[in-house]
Design a protein around this ligand. Structure first.
Ligand code: APR
Length: 264
């Protein structure tokens, strides 16, 4: 594995990306960090350094204290409403227009990829702006939630149900259709990019390895080493907002070069 302190893709990986037919991009909390959304496990600023996930991100925590969990998510929702996609999000949307197929599989629940113009996005862990019934898991509309900053409103469907955020908590299964689509992409892609994830949380962490086993090239973009790093063809040790625009520029130049080459 080649490690690069900087933004440039090796000539070998650049050639593979230029010719790729299906690119899979797996993103994690580091993708949103430069938009102002804190990551989970970074030493200084990570959410799980300040709060215990078992108090806030499990079905048991919600059952024990629905208002505390709801209020915490309402604060996170307010934050998401104030942030914007950064240059890295926009670069991914632009890369999608240069390759035949690009799928983003994200562990993020903030919707920033879609806001940046990406349309093929699989949200593995749900979306924080949506709500659903705690019992039936049917979607609950935003109108139903008005005036609900401190406690979760009743579910419109089930008498003992409450509104809860439509995100995947620890101990819960992922939405099966989304996971299936993500796994299909991992099996089909010929180039996989992992951006801003510790590669610790399953099943997301297995997707780049599945892609690799099925012959895809693997690129990691992360300022720090992760358990995925030794498997990657190259690790670009920079941030998403620095590296992805540079990757876009390299890919554009390489595609242009390819187009201008004389053909037989
Ligand atoms: N650009 C790229 N990567 C970054 C940046 C950045 N600006 N800042 C931090 N990182 C990297 C960190 O080095 C780390 O490897 O992003 C990763 C963030 O890791 P986590 O906080 O653990 O986030 P993630 O891997 O996405 O967590 C997975 O865990 O708690 C659950 O459901 C939650 O979806 C989340 C899941």
């Amino acid at each position: 594995m080649k490690e690069t302190n900087g933004n440039l893709l090796s000539s070998q990986l650049l050639a593979q990306l230029t010719e790729a037919r299906h690119v899979l991009v797996l993103t994690g909390a580091g993708m949103s960090a430069e938009s102002g959304i804190p990551t989970f496990r970074d030493a200084q600023s990570g959410i799980w350094g300040k709060f215990r996930p078992e108090d806030l991100a499990t079905p048991e925590a919600f059952e024990a204290n629905p208002s505390r969990v709801w209020e915490w998510y309402q604060e996170r929702r307010s934050k998401v409403l104030t942030v914007r996609p950064h240059a890295g999000h926009r670069a991914l949307a632009a890369i999608a227009s240069l390759v035949p197929e690009l799928t983003i599989v994200t562990q993020n629940v903030d919707g920033l990829h879609q806001l940046a113009g990406s349309d093929n996005v699989a949200e593995l862990h749900g979306n924080i702006m949506r709500s659903k019934c705690s019992i039936s898991h049917r979607p609950i509309s935003a109108e139903w939630l008005s005036d609900s900053s401190h406690s979760p409103p009743r579910s419109p469907y089930v008498s003992k149900g409450l509104a809860r955020p439509d995100v995947v908590w620890f101990g819960e299964v992922l939405p099966q259709n989304v996971l299936q689509a993500a796994m299909d992409s991992a099996l089909r892609c010929d180039f996989c990019i992992s951006v801003g994830t510790t590669s610790l949380v399953q099943p997301a962490a297995s997707l780049p390895l599945m892609a690799l086993e099925h012959g895809a090239s693997l690129l990691e973009i992360n300022p720090r080493e992760t358990p995925l790093s030794p498997h990657a063809g190259q690790c670009l040790r920079g941030t998403a907002a620095e590296v992805l625009p540079a990757l876009l520029a390299q890919l554009r130049a390489s595609k242009k070069d390819l187009d201008q080459r004389p053909r037989l």
